[in-house]
Design a protein around this ligand. Structure first.
Ligand code: SF4
Length: 219
């Protein structure tokens, strides 16, 4: 484990029960261990209808479930309502990553997270999405705060998981656990664009389910 010592975390404004939106095991590994090390009561909420195809969705979900079980953390396996996701993505098929389609995608996932939190006694929500260096923290925080706003007293915890060694520990944990290493963000459009980019570099198309952290050609 990294030499960097984790700081003790505390939920904002005295909140005591957290719902963590998770997208996959690599992004949530460090976040989960950091939250757990701070003694915060939390549950994982897996709601990611953006992930395409279903084979990839199952790979990411089952690995995340396994890791949660290993840590004794409750895992809520929410709907895979892809029809709604595609409906909301209409007209944004060619938007770049970190653009309007991603705002919609975060909004949709966090809206459902906040609703579940409200109905089940969680007063704080957060997401591990921001630990990825490919993501825009400000965009994620904006979506999270918008999702929590309709519910009186609910907060979106905007902690920056990348800081204080978080990014390095994310990689360490992923290698330690030999997590599946996805090679695109998740939706069919990000798969298309990642493959186009690879093609322009003379690389082969993405193969699902073959790359794992810690393997020889890692990184
Ligand atoms: S690129 Fe990622 S965040 Fe953006 S819409 Fe696709 S799956 Fe969602």
């Amino acid at each position: 484990m990294s030499e960097l010592i984790r700081e003790m975390l505390a939920l904002p404004e005295g909140h005591d029960k957290l719902l963590l939106h998770s997208c996959c095991a690599p992004c949530s590994g460090e976040v989960m261990e950091a939250i757990q090390a701070s003694g915060i009561d939390y549950t994982i909420y897996f709601y990611n209808p953006n992930i395409h195809p279903q084979k990839e969705y199952m790979l990411r979900k089952e690995e995340n479930m396994r890791f949660a079980e290993q840590h004794g953390i409750p895992f809520i396996d929410a709907d895979y309502d892809t029809d709604n996701w595609f409906e909301r993505a209409k007209g944004m098929e060619n938007a770049p990553e970190r653009g309007e389609r991603c705002t919609m995608c975060f909004d949709m996932r966090f809206e459902r997270t906040a609703l579940y939190a409200w109905e089940n006694g969680f007063s704080a929500i957060t997401s591990c999405l921001g630990i990825s260096r490919w993501k825009d923290m400000k965009q994620i925080t904006g979506c999270g705060e918008r999702a929590a706003a309709p519910y009186p007293g609910m907060v979106f915890w905007d902690y920056n998981w990348r800081k204080k060694g978080g990014s390095a520990r994310m990689i360490e944990i992923s290698k330690r656990e030999h997590f599946y290493q996805q090679e695109y963000c998740g939706c069919v459009y990000s798969l298309r664009d990642s493959n186009l980019h690879r093609k322009s570099q003379g690389r082969g198309l993405i193969k699902l389910g073959v790359k794992y952290y810690g393997d020889e050609d890692d990184e």
